[in-house]
Design a protein around this ligand. Structure first.
Ligand code: AMP
Length: 213
């Protein structure tokens, strides 16, 4: 199963991709995670990407394509993958199409995760990661017990560098301008499925599973 998860920042692509990965035993391929890793290891390329990401802008298409083509060539991606945060531009979608054509493994579906703007803002500004467990939490939507479980164990609720209000505003407009056109792109190819991605994580996951049948 080869899937693209499409949706605005905060639509829950990462969360749902992780659930699907565990369920279907195919890897989640997140360009955002891979770029953050490059930034954390402090490579020359990582340093360049850091300022772009902190501003909420897009890393150049050729850089992202390089990362993706290497990743999709790895053994664990041969039975399928869930692309999370890629493609983000029409050029990236075309590059992906060409890459998958060359590999002889076309994409099955692009799932658009549809979320209202106000909820996106709360999801993004409230998003935290537990420094101990890596668990994704949200100060608006997680229960107090879940938040306490992290802090009582000595963990911290860490906010992503690019989850501040200014960067979030830019990320959302970058999404509208560059990534939203991909909805039409995949519609034209008859690969688009849209799901309502509001509500509890498990409810959304049920809808995602149903959309993939
Ligand atoms: P994400 O974790 O998917 O929200 O990505 C975090 C940041 O990484 C984005 O705001 C971009 O700066 C960069 N990034 C991730 N994926 C891509 C991509 N496909 N193309 C360009 N930049 C990307």
């Amino acid at each position: 199963m080869r899937i693209v998860l499409l949706g605005a920042p905060g639509s829950g692509k990462g969360t749902q991709a992780k659930k699907l990965m565990a369920d279907k035993n195919i890897p989640q391929v997140s360009t955002g995670d891979m770029l953050r890793e490059a930034v954390a290891t402090g490579t020359r390329f990582g340093l360049k990407a850091k300022s772009i990401m902190e501003a909420g802008n897009l890393v150049p298409d050729d850089v992202v394509l390089g990362i993706i083509s290497e990743r999709l060539g790895q053994p664990d991606a041969q039975e399928g993958f869930i692309l999370d945060g890629f493609p983000r531009t029409t050029q990236q979608a075309l590059d992906l199409e060409e890459l998958l054509d060359e590999m002889g493994t076309p994409l099955d579906t692009a799932v658009l995760m549809d979320v209202d703007f106000d909820i996106l803002m709360k999801r993004l500004t409230g998003r935290r990661t537990c420094s101990l467990t890596g668990k994704l939490l949200n100060v608006y939507f997680s229960s107090q017990a879940e938040l306490d479980e992290c802090t009582d164990a000595g963990g911290e609720l860490v906010q992503r560098e690019d989850d501040n209000e200014e960067t979030i505003g830019n990320r959302l407009s970058v999404y509208r301008e560059n990534t939203e056109p991909l909805i039409e792109f995949y519609k034209k190819r008859e690969k688009l499925t849209t799901i309502d991605a509001e509500g509890a994580i498990d409810e959304v996951y049920t809808r995602l599973r149903e959309s993939l049948q």
